[in-house]
Design a binder for this molecule. Structure first.
Ligand SMILES: [Zn+2]
Length: 270
């Protein structure tokens, strides 16, 4: 067979493939979710250059905080931070550090209303949280205050939680928790100020108590910084008798990076 034949076959099979989704890809080729370069593949949604800049959180990691260790350690090891400052939740996991393209995805979803990003982000999260999803927990987003919900028109954490729940066949409970009062933005506050800002700001929705009792709950948010918001949610869920409370976020803020942004004082508290 000459080269002409294989060219014809390639042309014919390409023609046969251009149906439905194929036509859509031909007219609107898949683009990188952060830099908009044509990727030519559907995969994880990022081009090679952006993908290589994502700082994924890989095992071995701290059992409680989900932050990776630089050296090989035993199973279920705890980081110095988890020993010094045990978190309110049982286990936290995140897909990546909050930097570079991962940060762009978070900001794109939250502020640019690019809600389709939640699909790829939720897939990454489900992979990172495999061990948390085994018990089929109730999956609930960290709530937004109604005023902020009105401004933004959607809760980005609820979008992510919905995708994660659909991937592991767990129950998605978008209204498990609610904000009882408006709180000032957490950006620029240190850990103590964040806790104070959130005191009494989160409650269980009136009929949610009976659903939570004795059940594992997975709280979902886009980013975890000091974990103060999570701690406020966990407190409420513990009071309602939740059996296990885990946390799954898209990105975890790197304490060293946060310290560079907010000063050395914060580094000690993270
Ligand atoms: Zn890219």
């Amino acid at each position: 067979m000459g080269r002409g034949y294989s060219d014809v076959m390639r042309f014919m099979s390409a023609g046969a493939g251009i149906t439905g989704r194929g036509i859509l890809d031909f007219l609107l080729p898949p683009r990188c979710l952060t830099c908009d370069t044509v990727t030519g593949h559907k995969g994880h949604g990022l081009c090679g250059a952006c993908w290589s800049r994502v700082r994924f959180l890989e095992q071995p990691w701290c059992l409680r905080y989900g932050t990776p260790f630089e050296h090989e350690v035993g199973v279920d090891a705890l980081s110095p931070r988890a020993i010094a400052f045990p978190p309110a939740f049982d286990r936290a996991r995140g897909a990546c550090w909050y930097s570079g393209p991962a940060r762009d995805l978070v900001l794109g979803l939250k502020f640019a209303r690019r809600r389709h990003l939640a699909l790829s982000m939720g897939r990454w999260m489900a992979r990172a949280g495999t061990e948390l999803l085994r018990d089929r927990p109730l999956i609930a987003p960290v709530p937004l205050h109604p005023r902020r919900l009105l401004q933004r028109r959607f809760n980005q954490s609820a979008d992510l939680a919905k995708v994660v729940a659909s991937l592991c066949d767990s129950e998605f409970v978008p209204d498990l928790l609610r904000r009882t009062r408006h709180t000032r933005a957490q950006v620029g506050l240190n850990a103590t100020e964040r806790q104070k800002n959130l005191r009494g700001a989160i409650a269980l929705t009136p009929d949610a108590g009976s659903r939570v009792f004795g059940r594992p709950v997975l709280l979902v948010d886009d980013v975890m910084t000091t974990g103060a918001t999570m701690a406020a949610c966990v407190k409420v869920l513990k009071q309602a008798g939740a059996r296990q409370i885990d946390v799954l976020v898209f990105a975890i803020a790197d304490p060293a990076g946060m310290a560079r942004e907010h000063g050395a004082e914060l580094k000690d508290k993270l």
